[in-house]
Design a protein around this ligand. Structure first.
Ligand code: SAH
Ligand code: SF4
Length: 434
């Protein structure tokens, strides 16, 4: 058997260098190695797939058969039962448990702060091992509970109405940091099953209604996940994909892909891959119906325009009336909220024959924002024009505004930037887009 130091050396050798140039990405992005030994030499298994755990076990000298069996058991304990201690893994022999604990840990993101809004929304400020802060939000509703998770610390993009966009991109989150958010939410909600695996199996028979997400028969609160926190998930696709695969795995968290929604600002070259490799629900941050306004609001539009984006939506695998694409549309006073805008939105959806619904998001203000939210009457009128055309266009009720947990309000650093600094950062990000 290898001593701890030699063993660590071997593990480093199989994990390779820091990755990352993404098609369509404006810049290579820093992504920490997925398997990074901690300062005590142990490896955090959080976010690793069954196969990766098995390979690590083989690397640390378990024979093939034992590695296969043990990795399956450990995977189940970690992701289905939510345990963080090898000692409680009762189907693993008592002598094997310290062997595991000497080499591995089962981690969670560190909680820096947990807040609860007057409407029940909960927000957590989390910290990575290298002291980067990011946020996650849980939104309980009458019949469902939605966890909004982050994919990056900050964002390279600079949508002008979004608070996260005023941060620099610090780095991509690893699969462990992404899955870790879901694990932490389950911990906080006290939702780990005590029984056998059957209760967490994905409901493959779930009917094809796209409105799935009601509380499960066993009364779990966390029923849905949305990738709508900090960052652009399609700029960190490999890690997001690996994390989501674990979340969907029947021996793990077992959430159906129909309960998971990925929101993108329109990274067209990555949309097909997302459809093929995870095929979760797609939400697209459209926010405007013509080039001039969308160029201003979502600067990525200068790279991938509305037509290209809607064509990619039409080609997204598996869309149908039962699995519609969601268009997110933030309501900004006198910017994108006229009757003519609503009619143009309907006409675009029809032109591309998109099974779609529109989520109208009242703009959530943040310090330094240059936009105002449309008046409630205007939003209602906008919504009714779209409804009258036969397309669902609900108005999203803002949640957690009092703790800055609502859409677009997330921003982990406490620094306050002046107007001039905000403008300079916007220009820098714009220049990076080319
Ligand atoms: N980067 C991804 C996902 C995170 S943002 C994306 O842009 O789609 C999640 C949603 O919140 C997006 O639709 C985004 O446009 C919207 N949003 C951002 N800032 C907002 C604000 N201040 N008020 C309301 N919605 C906002
Ligand atoms: Fe980034 Fe999304 Fe915010 Fe745009 S809206 S800056 S893509 S997090």
């Amino acid at each position: 058997m290898l001593g701890p130091q030699r063993w660590l050396f071997k593990v480093n050798a199989i994990i390779g260098p820091i990755i990352m140039q993404i098609p369509g990405h404006i810049d290579p992005v820093v992504t920490p190695r997925v398997i990074t030994p901690r300062s005590d030499g142990r490896i955090d298994l959080m976010g690793l797939s069954h196969l990766q755990i098995r390979q690590l076990f083989e690397e640390s000298q378990l024979d093939e058969k034992a590695a296969k069996l043990r990795s399956k058991q450990v995977f189940h304990w970690i992701y289905h039962r939510g345990v963080t201690n090898f000692e409680v893994m009762t189907d693993i022999s008592k002598t094997m448990r310290p062997w595991l604990a000497d080499r591995f840990v089962i981690g969670r993101p560190e909680i820096v702060e947990a807040q609860v809004s007057s409407d029940g929304t909960r927000k957590w400020l989390l910290r990575t091992d290298d002291a980067q802060d990011y946020e996650m939000v849980f939104i309980p509703d009458a019949d469902r509970g939605t966890l909004c998770i982050s994919s990056q610390v900050g964002c390279t993009l600079n949508c002008r109405f979004c608070h996260t966009g005023t941060m620099r991109l610090v780095r991509n989150l690893t699969p462990g940091e992404i899955v870790g958010q879901v694990m932490l939410a389950r911990d906080a909600l006290g939702e780990w099953p005590k029984g056998n695996m059957a209760s967490a199996a994905p409901d493959e028979d779930e009917d094809e209604d796209d409105d799935v997400g009601h509380y499960t028969a066993d009364g779990r609160m966390l029923t849905n996940i949305v990738l709508m926190g900090m960052g652009e998930p399609l700029y960190n696709f490999d890690n997001v994909r690996d994390a989501i695969k674990i979340v969907m795995h029947g021996d793990g968290l077992g959430l159906s892909r129909r309960r998971i929604t990925l929101s993108t600002s329109g990274v067209v070259p990555m949309m097909a891959r997302a459809g093929e490799e995870i095929n979760v629900n797609l939400a697209v941050s459209l926010h405007a119906v013509n080039k001039e306004v969308r160029d201003e609001l979502v600067p990525l539009n200068r790279k991938y325009g509305i037509d290209e984006l809607l064509r990619a939506c039409a080609e997204y695998p598996g869309i149908s009336n039962a699995r519609r694409i969601t268009f997110e549309y933030v309501m900004l006073k006198d910017k994108n909220d006229s009757d003519a805008d609503a009619r143009e939105l309907v006409s675009l959806i029809r032109q591309y024959k998109l099974p779609a619904k529109v989520n109208l998001i009242p703009f959530n203000p943040w310090p330094g924002a240059t936009y105002e939210c449309s008046d409630p009457e205007r939003i209602k009128r906008f919504s009714s024009i779209i409804f009258e055309a036969g397309i669902s266009a609900p108005i999203r009720t803002p949640r957690g505004r009092d703790i800055m947990a609502a859409c677009g309000q997330l921003k982990s650093s406490s620094e306050k930037k002046s107007r001039a600094e905000l403008d300079r950062l916007a220009e820098e990000k714009q220049a990076a887009l080319g």
